[in-house]
Design a protein around this ligand. Sequence first.
Ligand SMILES: Cc1cc2nc3c(=O)[nH]c(=O)nc-3n(C[C@H](O)[C@H](O)[C@H](O)COP(=O)(O)O)c2cc1C
Length: 493
Amino acid sequence: MPYNDLNDFLELLEKRGQLARIKQPISPELEITEIADRVMKGPASSNKALLFDNVSGSKMPVLINTFGSAERMAWALGVEGLDELNTNLAKIIDLRLPRGLGEVMGRGRDMMGAIKSIGLKPKKVKRAPVQQIINRDEPTLDSIPILKCWPKDGGRFITLPQVITRDPTTGLRNVGMYRLQVLDSRTLLVHWQRHKGGAEHERRAREGKAVDSGNSALIPAAVVLGGDPASIWCSSAPLPPNIDEYLLAGYLRGAPVEFVDCVTQPLEVPARAEIVIEGYVDTNDHRPEGPFGDHTGYYTPVELFPVLHVTAITQRKSPIYPTTIVGIPPMEDAWMGKATERLFLPLMRLFLPEIVDVNMPAEGVFHNLVLVSIKKRYPGHARKVIYGLWGLALLSLAKAIVIVDDWVDVQDLSRVTWQALGNVDWSYDVVITTGAVDHLDHASHQHSFGGKIGIDATAKLSEEGYHRSWPEAIQMDPQVKARVDQIWQKLKL
Ligand SMILES: Cc1cc2nc3c(=O)[nH]c(=O)nc-3n(C[C@H](O)[C@H](O)[C@H](O)COP(=O)(O)O)c2cc1C
């Protein structure tokens, strides 16, 4: 059964011993960060989701570290292990002709299941838990225990939102997880980076391409907090601009997301969320946002971002405020990124079928390091994959790509390091170029534009100019291994 809302998921976490309730009074200013940071980086046995019941200055409990382990992230997306995400999706997008009737029927069932879960039309309801309390006269952010995360942050930030806007030209919806800084009780700043869907909506509105709004500089927006865990996570998924993130959430949870109309904006929002902040973004009004202790592990400096004016706040009678912190990795968002890596692997393979596996380690903050194993078939094959990835959606922002042969397990960092260091002649096997880099990259000499490196750590071919014979990697004789397996227990080692 899919989780209907955050409470359903918390019930499961509690049953499985993965939710810690904190009753002591704790401040949303820095104290929650310090506790959550220790838990996120601490031993796996005490890494739990944290529900702070007694947050100073607010009646709302604060939930953090909900997705902060491989297990919790997998459960949130309806699977027991993150690798199932990749195998399940691979089955649906398998474009090979089926062999035999059994396979036809099996594929048909998988496909019908996926279509049913997405729902052919958006599922709308009139009465929604998230509208049990509606405040459109005096909406105020003051009742929400929004964190100040790090000492030198420029203020308080909403960090786990689903920010919904529509493309002013096509009307298509985008949902993005973009942090929002509180300016005052009715004004926020929305930090959508230049490569993201929301920023494109802003540019289109400014270009005056809106078809049906009187004032194209204003974009209706909804900031959704909570809902079923797949919907929360989906707002961080880098889907192409024309694919609705809530369709992906429907597919993952096995049932369509239910929507309700906003009370002051022409948008629909998930009916079973905890809180919705409705408003509009004034694309002609940019103000200084930040500094913010970011997932790079550094403070992102002040930059101009557009203002979001709040027009209403709707909520459940007793809502929970879900949030996260980012900072020096690993943190909760490393697992959110891991889910993206696992789910998107079959999609990468659609364009680059030689890819065996991909690992974006937490220390690389998603785009700083992409480790890829490939089945190498021809000269220049590793370079083809490097350039292919640099042309693929948000992987275009990847700063370092390392390619190894198929037999190297890229999830084993020790193995990849061994291969990447030993198999490379640095004067031949490296591609250095410039291109788009992440908005938050502080090392590039120019904003969002900088150097990138591709490393070919595969075994080299003679056609690649390698005229010595490539050595064989050491492996034990299988018969000896089998014999030692048999006596291993007796050796008591
Ligand atoms: C916890 C967390 C916080 C994030 N904060 C931001 C942010 O403030 N601004 C931003 O542009 N992207 C942020 N991201 C990344 C985006 O959510 C991600 O790139 C997503 O694909 C954006 O949606 P879009 O592809 O529809 O633009 C964050 C991701 C996570 C997991």
